[in-house]
Design a protein around this ligand. Structure first.
Ligand SMILES: [Fe+2]
Length: 250
């Protein structure tokens, strides 16, 4: 064992390797606007989490509160109003980081209606719209909603595909989405085993096969960031740096 390997193994034992996400530049999936979804609960918590994310080398944050018809009836006005409060808090705390807001839209009939009506959607970058589904079964209108988004000039970005059981079990659907060039956004935490061993395995497969266009922290609270700090232990920690990501264009 060379000195470098020795030091590396030692640093892993005592968790010395500091999480470095500077190569990603931007994080485009998080829940950092207080009190409007299941993410941050207070402004103070938001500021602390943003400071931690900045310490990982992230230069730009696009935070993405849930918009879900039944649970989180957020609107662009609510989200952008919350963003202003966060910006003021950052200024008071003298934290200098670029932050904007979009949304994580839950795919349901309410959303489909919104798209059909031509409502303006919040985008993470250019025309890229972050969307999520339930974790267990495939939404009935999945492909139709993607089609409708495209017809209205949007590019769907599927949040954390590795977490959807229906997608892991349906290779045909997986390839249909990839053939349609639906962008996949993977959660970094999936590589740490934070969600489950199955999700980690599926995430690793998607990385190996080069299917990822965006990476995100999907930070909801400090527990997520505590777990994220174990990412340097993943055997994919170096590999994900080679992915040509849209994150660097945010
Ligand atoms: Fe999320």
């Amino acid at each position: 064992m060379g000195l470098f390997d020795f030091l590396k193994s030692k640093s892993k034992e005592i968790k010395l390797e500091k999480l470095d996400l500077s190569w990603m530049q931007g994080d485009m999936h998080s829940h950092l606007i207080p009190g409007i979804d299941d993410g941050s609960k207070t402004l103070e918590e938001s500021i602390e989490m943003i400071s931690r994310i900045q310490n990982y080398g992230i230069k730009k944050i696009v935070t993405t509160p849930h918009i879900m018809s039944e649970f989180y009836k957020n609107t662009p006005e609510i989200i952008l109003g919350g963003l202003e409060k966060v910006k003021q808090g950052l200024q008071i705390a003298s934290i200098d980081i670029e932050i904007s807001a979009a949304a994580e839209y839950y795919l349901d009939e309410f959303f489909l209606e919104k798209v059909r009506n031509g409502d303006k959607l919040l985008t993470v970058h250019k025309n890229h719209v972050l969307v999520e589904t339930g974790f267990v079964s495939k939404p009935l209108m999945l492909v139709e909603i993607f089609f409708e988004l495209e017809m209205n000039g949007y590019k769907p970005v599927l949040a954390h595909p590795e977490r959807y059981q229906y997608l892991a079990q349906d290779k045909k659907l997986l390839h249909e989405l990839l053939d349609r060039d639906i962008f996949f956004q993977m959660n970094l935490l999936s590589l740490t085993g934070f969600y489950s061993r199955h999700i980690q395995t599926f995430a690793e497969l998607l990385v190996r096969e080069g299917k990822i266009k965006y990476l995100g922290t999907d930070t909801h609270n400090h527990r997520y960031l505590d777990a994220l700090e174990n990412l340097p232990e993943s055997k994919y920690y170096d590999k994900i740096r080679e992915i040509p990501l849209f994150n660097t264009h945010l």
